[in-house]
Design a protein around this ligand. Structure first.
Ligand SMILES: Nc1ncnc2c1ncn2[C@@H]1O[C@H](COP(=O)(O)OP(=O)(O)OP(=O)(O)O)[C@@H](O)[C@H]1O
Ligand SMILES: Cc1ncc(CO)c(N)n1
Length: 265
């Protein structure tokens, strides 16, 4: 007789990255490293490596719908994260299913463009993302550029980050983690909740291999929420995970390489 084992569960709704550094692949590696059972609903296939994205094929909305029904009617996720959602039709499917199944602990990473510059969200889907997905989130995790697009503000300083995060918190009624990884002076992230702003200080690590940092951070937060941690603890531990994964110094590929997910083992 095999002893019973219980694991918390996380669903990632995102695009596939053939090079394994970002998207679904980064999410599942992070979820596994966090000691949680991972599931996926794929929104798009990308032909991608450390130097860029060469092709994108989106999933048919009916197929995304079917994936989400299969998951939610069988293994109900303790947390959900979304990454590349690509267009307004797919956003509509995701929002409808998250509401229908009353999904909890929803982490929305408002992915817009890959580090290489390729678009992962159509320009005309930004309003659908704002109106349909952000209000469902427990926490959203924009980087500086995404926070600028979502708020229509220019973000140059720590003070600007606080103002943008507060605006997002008030407009969409969700907690906000504004990521500072693209500032070269530091890697300070700002968590904005009902308690106001909280800085998560980080030193800029001189590692050019940052492919998938955002995917990894949001998956680690979702995994920690699934394990029952409060949001602040979940975000602090996720920040420690990403810092370790960058400090491990993995160096693969010819461009911005992926992170090391086994560093904690
Ligand atoms: N060079 C760095 N040194 C230290 N921390 C970093 C560095 N780059 C990113 N981070 C951290 O990684 C996390 C993700 O932030 P980032 O701003 O890179 O997200 P992103 O732009 O959404 O990622 P992606 O490039 O995958 O789209 C944040 O916690 C950020 O502070
Ligand atoms: C599929 C996918 N999702 C997200 C990102 C952002 O890092 C990426 N490069 N590729």
């Amino acid at each position: 007789m095999v002893k019973k084992c219980e694991l918390k569960t996380v669903l990632t709704i995102a695009g596939s990255d053939s090079s394994g550094g970002a998207g679904i692949q980064a999410d599942l590696k992070t979820i596994l490293a966090s000691g949680v059972y991972g599931m996926s609903a794929i929104t798009a296939l990308t032909a991608q490596n450390t130097t860029g994205v060469t092709a994108v094929v989106r999933t048919a909305p009916e197929m995304l719908n079917a994936q989400l029904d299969s998951i939610f009617t069988d293994i109900f996720p303790d947390a959900v994260k979304t990454g590349m959602v690509f267009d307004s039709e797919l956003i509509e499917v995701i929002a409808a299913k998250l509401k229908q199944y009353q999904a909890k602990n929803i982490v929305i990473d408002p992915v817009m463009v890959a580090t290489s510059g390729a678009r992962l969200l159509n320009e005309d889907a930004i309003s659908a993302l704002k109106e349909q997905l952000l209000p469902l989130a427990t926490v959203i995790t924009p980087n500086l550029m995404e926070a600028e697009v979502l708020t229509d503000m220019e973000i140059k300083s720590h003070e600007d980050m606080i103002q943008a995060a507060q605006k997002l918190y008030e407009t969409y009624g969700c907690n906000v983690l504004c990521k500072g990884g693209h500032r070269h002076l530091d890697a300070d992230d700002l968590l904005y909740t009902a308690d106001g702003p909280l800085w998560l200080k980080g030193e800029h690590i001189a590692n050019p291999n940052t492919h998938g940092t955002g995917c990894t951070l949001s998956s680690a937060i979702a995994s920690n929420l699934a394990k029952g941690q409060d949001l602040t603890t979940a975000v602090k531990k996720a920040k420690a995970y990403i810092t370790g994964a960058l400090q491990a110094g993995l160096n693969l590929g010819h461009g911005a390489g992926p992170l090391h997910h086994g560093w904690a083992i």
